[in-house]
Design a protein around this ligand. Sequence first.
Ligand SMILES: [Zn+2]
Length: 182
Amino acid sequence: MRAIEALERLKDGHSRFLKGTRESTNKTLSYAKQLHNKQEPFAVIVSCSDSRVSPELIFDAGFGDLFTIRTAGNIISDYDLASIEYAVLFLDVRLILVVGHSDCGAVRAAAEDTPCDSMYLTGLKDAITAVIEVEMSLDDIAQAHIEKEASSLTARSKILSQTGQLRIATCFYRLDNGKICW
Ligand SMILES: [Zn+2]
């Protein structure tokens, strides 16, 4: 599926989520069983691990639709990048959507420079701290951070930089009203 069609499909799914008119057939056991020997996801979604930002729910997607990478604070590690390359190379996905969200705990920890004994959590925090400038709100930082992560992909990956018709986009999900700013 072309990137523009994939983006429209995500927008349509999100509209259904907001209206409460979810599709049901693509979420059943029988539908899942039909996909046992193949998958053709139409988008890669990079979202936060936050329990309130579930891609399949906010995009009203079903089994086999989304190839998802979820990490606290949308930090894209080398292994995460490998997952993205796999989806592009072997599953022919042409849309990568990085989904940021409001009130992100990882962003808050970076903004408040919360001390922590873990080198892993400190590293995660430092990855976000790089985008922080004075007078930025938490949501400003979250948005700047996902833009940075998204734009780093083609710089880091030769495969992504050389794949034709590939689109890397960002959007921002608001926890208080369930709406996505595209
Ligand atoms: Zn988050």
